[in-house]
Write a protein that binds this ligand. Structure first.
Ligand code: SF4
Length: 342
C-alpha cells in the first residue's frame, strides 16, 4: 500500500521518468486581457502592467515546456473522453453528481456491444469524498504500484477510481499542502495512474478556481479535455460563484459542456409533492445560463434518498430507479453524451 505521511515523496513507477513537480504556469489572478502566460508577450504586454505575476511571466519561466505534458498525454491517450466536474461553491453536490454520473456511464454499452469503461479521478485534495460516495473504504482502497504504474481501485470491473483519500495514513488525516505540492500530486496522478483504455474519465475537482483546477487544465492540455460540467444550486449566492467559474473556463480555454442545477426543488418521496427549498430568487441557473450563453443540462430535485445512497456508497440511480431525481440525472447524462458527440 502507498500511504502518505506528513510530507512524503511519492513513489514513481519504474518505467516512467520522474515528473517535474513545478507549479503550473497559469495564474489564478490573471487579468481579463492577459495575453497568455506562454505567449511571447507574457509579462511585457500593456495588460501585464500591475499584474502580480509580471515578474515570473517576464522571466520566461512560464514559457518553458513542462516535461510532464507529453508523459501525461501518452498516459491519457487511451482515454476517449475527459471531463472536469466543477462547482463555484462547496456543498452543491458536485462529488455526489460525479459519483452518480460515473455509475450511470459505467452501466452503458458502447455501439460495438462492449460495456463502457469509466474512471473517476478525485483531485479534491483537502476533501476527498469520492471513495465514501462510491463505497470504497480506505482499507479496500490500498493503492499498489506496479510495473504499469499506480493501479486504480475498481469499484466495479469497469469502473476505476483514484483518490488522494486512498493515500492518507488514516481516514481523518488532514492534508495541509501549499499549491506546488498539490500540483505535483495532480501531475503524478495524471502521469502515473494506469487507467488503461477508458471511454470516460471524470475528474472531480474541489470547489472554486484554485491550484487544483489550474493544474488539471495545464497538465491535461496536451492530452485534451473534452469539457467541463458545472454544478450549482438555484440561489444567487451559488450562481455568483458559478459565473466566476465560467469566467475561469473562458480564460483557460476550457469548453463548458453545460450547467446542472442541483437541489432544484424538493420532491416528497411519499406524496411526490414539489416545493422550493432553495428559492431561485434571481431566476436560478436557467437565467444565469441564458445570460452567460451556456446550456443548462438539467435540474436535479432534492431527494433525501440521494444523501442516504451517498452515505452508503451505492448508486442512487440503481437503488431508486423510479425517483424523479433519477429521471433528471438520466436526462442530463443523455444530453451530456449528445454534447460530447457534437
Ligand atoms: S503578467 Fe502574466 S499573468 Fe499577468 S497579464 Fe501578463 S501574461 Fe498574464
Amino acid at each position: 500500500m502507498i500511504a502518505l505521511q506528513s510530507a512524503p515523496p511519492l513513489p514513481t513507477p519504474p518505467h516512467l521518468a520522474p515528473a517535474s513537480l513545478d507549479p503550473p504556469s497559469i495564474p489564478a489572478n490573471a487579468p481579463d486581457h492577459c495575453p497568455g502566460t506562454e505567449s511571447e508577450q507574457a509579462g511585457k504586454a500593456d495588460a501585464c502592467a500591475g499584474c502580480a505575476n509580471q515578474a515570473v511571466c517576464a522571466s520566461g519561466a512560464t514559457r518553458a515546456p513542462d516535461p510532464s505534458l507529453p508523459l501525461i498525454a501518452q498516459r491519457l491517450a487511451p482515454v476517449r473522453r475527459k471531463i472536469l466536474v466543477l462547482s463555484g461553491k462547496g456543498g452543491v453536490g458536485k462529488s455526489t453528481f460525479t459519483a452518480q454520473l460515473a455509475w450511470a456511464l459505467s452501466a452503458g454499452v458502447n455501439p460495438d456491444g462492449h460495456e463502457v469503461q469509466a474512471g473517476v479521478m478525485d483531485i479534491d485534495i483537502c476533501g476527498p469524498s469520492i471513495p465514501t460516495l462510491m463505497g470504497v473504504s480506505q482499507a479496500e482502497g490500498s493503492v499498489r504500484s506496479t510495473a504499469e504504474g499506480w493501479e486504480p481501485i475498481y469499484v466495479l470491473p469497469n469502473l476505476a477510481l483514484m483518490s488522494i483519500g486512498f493515500l492518507l495514513p488514516a481516514e481523518n488525516s488532514a492534508i495541509m499542502w501549499r499549491g506546488p505540492k498539490k500540483s505535483g500530486l495532480i501531475a503524478q496522478f495524471l502521469k502515473d495512474v494506469a487507467w488503461g483504455p477508458l471511454d470516460y474519465l471524470l475528474v472531480d475537482t474541489p470547489p472554486g478556481t484554485s491550484d487544483e483546477h489550474l493544474s488539471a487544465v495545464q497538465y491535461m492540455k496536451e492530452a485534451g479535455i473534452d469539457g467541463a460540467v458545472v454544478l450549482t444550486t438555484p440561489q444567487e449566492v451559488s450562481l455568483q460563484d458559478v459565473r466566476r467559474e465560467l469566467d475561469f473556463c473562458r480564460k483557460v480555454g476550457l469548453r463548458v459542456l453545460g450547467v446542472v442545477e442541483n437541489m432544484s426543488g424538493f420532491v416528497c418521496p411519499s406524496c411526490k409533492g414539489h416545493s422550493e427549498i432553495f428559492k431561485p430568487s434571481t431566476g436560478g441557473a436557467q437565467k444565469m445560463c441564458d445570460d452567460m450563453g451556456v446550456e443548462l443540462l438539467g435540474k436535479v430535485p432534492l431527494d433525501p434518498r440521494i444523501g442516504m445512497s451517498a452515505d452508503y456508497g451505492v448508486s442512487f440511480l440503481d437503488e431508486f430507479p423510479d425517483s424523479l431525481a433519477t429521471k433528471a440525472y438520466l436526462d442530463i447524462i443523455h444530453r451530456l453524451k449528445e454534447k460530447l458527440d457534437e
